[in-house]
Design a protein around this ligand. Structure first.
Ligand SMILES: Cc1ncc(COP(=O)(O)O)c(C=O)c1O
Length: 416
């Protein structure tokens, strides 16, 4: 038994069906149009706009802040700004990018809980008025550098079920949240609510329940101190389709609305979302090239396929084989076999998939293209600036489509 079969596995076959659909016609045409140096990422703002609309439709009345860190390409930000999106930013550069794309400062939220004083001051100077925090030290910085700003406190929640968990790096307990929100009021800030993040690529739609429960507890304890909170930020975490199918966004919205009713009763607060991956991952494809196919001396007979992109070139989320990108080659459908897939650099950590069970066509050879699907989020911005002398990942964005949403009112997705 040599492990050979005629497809690259069920998941890859499913991805090929998605890839063959009309939605990707524009990206396929771009890839086919001329030979560009690989690797590169091409993003279609129209697909990002579609995903953004679906999220807004699933959560009517919620204000949707696109998490810019996922993909900050100018055309993507412009497309979303025209749709009335708000933006979650993490740095002065992201503040500038959103303003340059036409978003008003009032549509920005500085959602990172770890900020330099000067960066807070910079954002405040430009008109940003909503800031996140989860510690007394961060609150002190906001009070000094963004006087009078609105603030929300991030709660720590379990990230089980997330393929890219955010760990215990952020968030505090409800008890601490009440204390420091109240301290914010004493320092002249406007405490408006709480947030939490269930971890990125969260596959369990029920995961928001615990955070909503903790938020309701925080709201009630704050009210007992005369602090009326009004905003619940449900974070990001909604998944994109990689090799395995994921539940639709409507399924997540149903579970979230159930939890809101259960924990908040008839007094559901204003909702805010911060999706990143679920807006732009499926909007991007990385074209890469095979550099070498070989066997290794102490190997198990599997081929090693080395691409011209790896862990340091933008595929950081293959760490722990967590995010499993669908791969498409020009040989798909021909006999395939198991492979180890690696990047081109000298670092032994630059192995993308060893245990994930990837299979690639036996005829795949040096110089062939491998297209990495659902690669529009958390890729180009992760790429190193020159490890081993390889340049950062090149990016292209397709032209924005001729305003299919021209009749969409700009504030459609803003809070009532
Ligand atoms: C504060 C904050 N909001 C939103 C996001 C976006 O999360 P996702 O891409 O899982 O939707 C992140 C991701 O790290 C984040 O840190």
């Amino acid at each position: 038994m040599d492990g050979t079969d005629r497809t690259s596995g069920e998941a890859e076959a499913g991805a090929a069906t998605v890839w063959g659909g009309r939605e990707y016609e524009r990206i396929r045409a771009f890839l086919d149009s001329e030979q560009r140096a690989t690797p590169y990422l091409v993003t279609d703002p129209a697909i990002a706009a579609d995903r953004f609309r679906r999220i807004g439709d699933a959560f009517p009345g919620a204000r949707v802040y696109y998490a810019v860190k996922a993909n900050p390409e100018r055309a993507v930000l412009e497309e979303l700004a025209d749709l009335g999106a708000s933006f979650d930013v993490a740095s002065p550069a992201e503040v500038r990018a959103c303003l340059a794309a036409g978003a008003p400062a009032s549509a920005l939220c500085y959602g990172s809980t770890i900020k330099k004083p000067a960066d807070i001051g910079f954002a405040h100077e430009l008109g940003v008025r909503l800031f996140a925090f989860d510690s007394p030290g961060e609150l002190d910085k906001i009070a000094r550098n963004a006087p009078g700003a609105s603030v929300f406190c991030r709660l720590l929640v379990d990230n089980a079920g997330a393929q890219w968990p955010l760990g215990r790096k952020f968030g505090c307990s409800p008890e601490t949240a009440v204390e420091i929100l109240d301290e914010g009021r004493r320092r002249g800030l406007r405490p408006v609510g709480v947030s939490f993040h269930v971890g990125s690529q969260q596959l369990d739609p029920c995961s928001w329940d615990r955070g909503i429960q903790l938020a309701a507890q925080t709201f009630r304890a704050s009210a007992r101190r005369g602090l009326r909170l009004e905003l619940l930020n449900l974070g990001g975490g909604f998944p994109a389709r990689y090799t395995a199918p994921v539940p639709p966004i409507e399924h997540y919205a149903d579970r979230v609305h159930d939890s809101l009713r259960r924990h908040f009763g008839g007094r559901v607060p204003a909702l805010m979302l911060e999706p990143g991956r679920s807006v732009t991952a499926e909007a991007g494809v990385i074209r890469s090239q095979v550099v070498l196919v070989t066997h290794r001396a102490h190997g198990d007979g599997r081929r090693w396929v080395y691409l011209d992109i790896g862990r340091f070139g933008g595929l950081a989320e293959t760490e722990g084989e967590a995010i499993r990108y669908p791969l498409v080659t020009g040989h798909d459908g021909r006999p395939a076999g198991p492979v180890v897939i690696a990047g081109p650099t000298c670092d032994s950590a630059d192995v993308l998939y060893d245990t994930a069970g990837y299979r690639l066509p036996l005829s795949l050879a040096d110089g062939d293209h491998v297209d990495i699907l659902s690669a529009g989020a958390y890729t180009a911005t992760y790429a190193s600036s020159g490890f081993n002398g390889f340049p950062p990942l090149r990016t292209y964005t397709l032209e924005r489509p001729v305003a299919p949403h021209a009749s969409t009112p700009r504030q459609r997705y803003a809070a009532p």
